[in-house]
Design a protein around this ligand. Structure first.
Ligand SMILES: C[S@@+](CC[C@H](N)C(=O)[O-])C[C@H]1O[C@@H](n2cnc3c(N)ncnc32)[C@H](O)[C@@H]1O
Length: 421
């Protein structure tokens, strides 16, 4: 469904009402503070960079306090202003988000806020390049104090690097998991969430672990405002491509680098939440599910898709091979995946033939196959669940209307449930 102009206007009004009514009380208010002398009007044209609207939604992942946005480079966006009001009327290209309480600071680089605890470590060069601008911010302590302590039970560096490389290898236009994002996956999104396009219109939706962000972007075409969050640097290219994938709805699409185990959003922020193929890659599926669930408003719909426990004849060899491959240097492993992809394809087709089935791998390119193989063999964590285990995960957390919504076309590998908070 292509929403009309007036529908989107109504949608934003709903969001504003929702914010006034409930979660909005918890959402920190925006403080956009251009530094004197560094407001830059004549920048190169970028497609819809980060909006102040996203800052309204964000909070410090460490202490939950609000963030103040110090803009180093921004420009007005008259179209955003007309469509959604002031929160959409400025585009922040580069800046710093400073916690109002705990002394952490998070960079906005290439239009994307990086609200992860280890931002200072991951973006050390950026902090050093921007040192003069940062030290000009009144009341902000020394940059060296902005180092967040990284807890390995919540943050895995290999996952971050592995998925960053995986999405760097992926080319926009490739299929994702052998499906097209802009039609098949977008249509399936409604079945997954068990919502109609009309029910999504005007809602605020989180896609946690959004990967390449293509599905995330396509969902804005239902009239929803969508936030894509990912631990990896995939969000940078997702942001670059968002106009192309979301069209005129790109104003209602936001990307943030964030960790679902330490989310940069206050509780009860989103109307609905979606996460596919993500939580089993974190150090603890249960704990990441808990923090994911805090973010949705009471009554909101959640969809979670996890890896399914495989038959032993596949599951055991897979675990043995992974024990070795998930320790290999990332680029070496990607090279191996690319090299063996044709052989793997042949094996998959043979097994499919023996089963009397067809396989989507038939229609895929070598790069798409290599990305998919790497996705299986590289990540450190890969927990698997049976449908009854997943049902228990949902029911033990008091979710209502819990149902198995696994698609037939992925039931061999995945298990997916929807429920209401
Ligand atoms: C298999 S991909 C799935 C991507 C996307 N949801 C999809 O369905 O195409 C898993 C994604 O989860 C992200 N991820 C892993 N751990 C995460 C975490 N702790 N917080 C946020 N994202 C995470 C990875 O960076 C990766 O992009």
């Amino acid at each position: 469904m292509e929403p009309t102009f007036s529908t989107r206007q109504r949608g934003r009004a709903h969001l504003a009402e929702d914010r006034k009514r409930g979660a909005g009380d918890l959402v920190p208010s925006l403080a956009l503070c251009p530094l004197p002398g560094v407001h830059i009007d004549a920048l190169e044209t970028h497609d819809a960079p980060m909006k102040p609207r996203l800052v309204e939604l964000l909070c410090c992942p460490a202490c939950g306090a609000g963030l103040t946005c110090h803009s180093f480079e921004d420009r007005p966006d008259p179209k955003g202003l007309a469509l959604g009001g002031e929160a959409y009327g400025t585009e922040v290209v580069c800046g710093l988000l400073a916690c109002q309480t705990c002394d952490l600071a998070f960079p906005i680089i290439e239009e994307v806020p990086r609200v992860i605890r280890n931002a200072f470590e991951e973006y050390a060069n950026w902090f050093s390049d921007q040192a003069a601008r940062i030290s000009a911010i009144e009341g902000l302590g020394a940059v060296s104090q902005k180092i967040g302590s990284v807890d390995s039970s919540r943050f895995d560096k290999r996952s971050n690097e592995s998925f960053s490389l995986q999405w760097e290898k992926y080319q926009y236009g490739d299929k994702t998991w052998f499906k097209s994002d802009l039609d098949q996956r977008r249509d399936e999104f409604l079945d997954a969430m068990q919502l109609t396009a009309e029910q999504l219109d005007g809602k605020l939706v989180l896609d946690a672990g959004c990967g390449n962000g293509r599905l995330t972007a396509s969902v804005t075409r239902y009239g929803a405002e969508v936030v894509g969050m990912d631990l990896s640097r995939s969000v940078v290219r997702a942001q670059e491509m968002r106009e192309e994938h979301a069209g005129e709805n790109a104003h209602y699409l936001h990307f943030v680098q964030g960790n679902v185990m330490e989310p940069p959003f206050p509780p009860n922020t989103f109307d609905h939440e979606h996460t596919s193929g993500v939580l089993h890659h974190t150090p603890s599926t249960e704990r990441s599910l808990d923090s994911f669930l805090t973010l949705v408003k009471p009554g909101g719909r959640v969809y979670v898709q996890l890896y399914r426990t495989r038959e032993p004849w596949i599951g055991i060899p897979n675990a043995i091979i992974r024990a070795f491959t998930s320790r290999l240097p990332l680029r070496l492993l990607f090279g191996i995946c690319y090299t063996v992809a044709p052989l793997h394809r042949l094996l998959v087709l043979m097994v499919a033939k023996l089963r009397g089935e067809s396989s989507p791998i038939e229609e895929t390119t070598r790069r798409e196959q290599a990305v998919s193989l790497f996705d299986n063999y590289s990540p450190r964590y890969q927990y698997r669940y049976t449908p009854s285990e997943m049902q228990a995960l949902f029911e033990n957390r008091d979710l209502k209307n819990v149902r198995d919504v696994t698609f037939d076309n992925e039931a061999r590998h995945m298990v997916a449930f929807a429920g209401d908070k």
